[in-house]
Design a protein around this ligand. Structure first.
Ligand SMILES: [Zn+2]
Length: 260
């Protein structure tokens, strides 16, 4: 009997040490938790982990207030988006839609492929000091791994936005892995504003690790969602926007000629 008890104790201790080892391993491999408010909020991202130091030290961070832009005739920004299956998930910070391969953005002769889009509320960028109810980010990656992001402001209009309707109808309330909704097709080309004038500047990811070298293209014209669509997102996320950062020495350009 005593022997059995001792054996049990050894077994329990073994299990406990295994659990601790597993917990430590998880801590080492997973990036630290971060939030949009409080102790792990944007003001502290740079202190949470060495890998996040650009969030505090970077001089070319995003978002920014899009103001005092220099007017330019910007040629060579072209989207060629194809329809995609709806593959959607809640990553704990936002709702993200992973886009099927084959949709491209060409900027200054460099081709980027649309990888995913996701949402922020309120908008992360401001235009002349004004924030909008939401902002959608279309994230593109080049063959070399460079990123270009198209930002579109989302405002409240009268009717449901049909292009976004399948997405807002499928918002996952719990964080989890991507899942593809059977029989649903989306088309990112219908999600962009008809008038495609835009601001452009060099910036960063707006979430840790805040990597720089991101080409930002933010449309000057917002797109409308219904109040119900905005509310559906607010039911999951009340605030998931990084505050605006200093522009520092960067150029901010605005396309002044429609139709290019
Ligand atoms: Zn974003």
């Amino acid at each position: 009997m005593l022997f059995t008890r001792r054996l049990m104790l050894v077994f329990v201790l073994l299990l406990a040490s295994l659990a601790i080892t597993t917990a430590l391993a998880a801590q080492e491999s997973e990036p630290p938790h971060w939030t949009y408010e409080g102790e792990e909020g944007p003001d502290h991202w740079g202190e949470l982990d060495a890998a996040y130091e650009m969030c505090a030290l970077g001089l070319e961070q995003s978002p920014i207030d899009l103001t005092d832009a220099e007017a330019f005739d910007l040629v060579g920004v072209q989207t060629n988006y194809q329809p995609s299956a709806l593959t959607i998930f809640n990553n704990g910070h936002t709702v993200q839609v992973n886009y099927d391969a084959g949709s491209t953005l060409v900027v200054n002769g460099v081709t980027y492929e649309l990888a995913q889009f996701h949402f922020h509320t309120p908008s992360e960028h401001m235009i002349d000091g004004v924030a909008f109810p939401m902002e959608v980010h279309f994230v593109h990656r080049s063959a070399d791994g460079d990123l270009a992001v198209i930002g579109v402001m989302l405002v409240e209009g009268e009717a449901d936005n049909e292009a976004f309707a399948p997405v807002f109808a499928a918002l996952p309330s719990e964080a989890g892995d991507p899942s593809t909704i059977a029989g649903v097709t989306i088309d990112a080309s219908a999600m962009l504003p008809a008038e495609q004038l835009f601001y452009t500047y060099r910036g960063s990811l707006t979430t840790p690790p805040c990597y720089e070298g991101v080409r930002w293209i933010v449309m000057t014209t917002p797109v409308e969602l219904s109040a119900a669509q905005i509310e559906a997102f607010h039911a999951l996320f009340e605030l998931n926007a990084r505050p605006v950062q200093l522009i520092n020495e960067r150029d901010l350009l605005v396309d002044s000629v429609p139709g290019n």
